[in-house]
Write a protein that binds this ligand. Structure first.
Ligand SMILES: [Mg+2]
Length: 179
């Protein structure tokens, strides 16, 4: 879609603005002007001023102009806009910002800790408390909150295998402080 558009913008821009003196900074400045127009229209709509004007239509128009200017800019630099967008999108779509939040991860870590703890306890001849020897969802809220807070602290310290050095006794480990 973007490549097709670029192939249409090129002859149109050349016919209208000439072949010579076509420099990339010109559509770049035009692009910035349109970003200003979009901001202006958005702001006025949010502020509910000049309501006799169609701010939404102006914002949409600016979006179209932004893309066209951007295409022209890329073309003058000899870049295939579609390739650039696809390349970046491939990277961006891999990111999961929610997954990286310690709060979300701490819930999952606390749950996993609880499940493993309850599962392993009998093998070590240890009997856990009746109230907590239940599935994670039924663990008393106070316990849950404490365990989640502990998990959060650990995650905050970025405790990762690479930061842990096991000593001779397997039960003792040293944690390298992280910066
Ligand atoms: Mg405009």
């Amino acid at each position: 879609m973007l490549r097709k558009l670029q192939n249409e913008v090129r002859p149109w821009a050349t016919r209208n603005f000439g072949k010579r003196k076509r420099e990339a900074w010109k559509p770049l400045v035009g692009l910035m002007e349109e970003v200003g127009e979009l901001s202006h229209a958005h702001l006025k709509q949010v502020q509910r001023v000049r309501m006799d004007e169609d701010h939404e239509a102006k914002a949409k128009d600016a979006i179209g102009d932004i893309v066209i200017f951007l295409i022209d800019y890329c073309d003058l630099r000899g870049w295939d806009i579609q390739q650039l967008v696809e390349q970046t999108w491939r990277k961006v779509k891999q990111r999961d910002y929610r997954k990286l939040k310690p709060k979300d991860e701490s819930d999952a870590l606390a749950r996993k800790f609880h499940e493993a703890y309850e599962r392993l306890a009998p093998k070590f001849g240890y009997k856990t408390r009746k109230a907590s020897a239940v599935s994670w969802d039924d663990v008393p809220i106070k316990n849950k909150k404490l365990m989640t807070a502990v998990a959060f602290e650990i995650l905050k310290q970025k405790l990762q295998p690479s930061n842990v050095r096991w000593g001779k006794a397997k039960s003792r480990c040293r944690v390298r402080p992280t910066r």
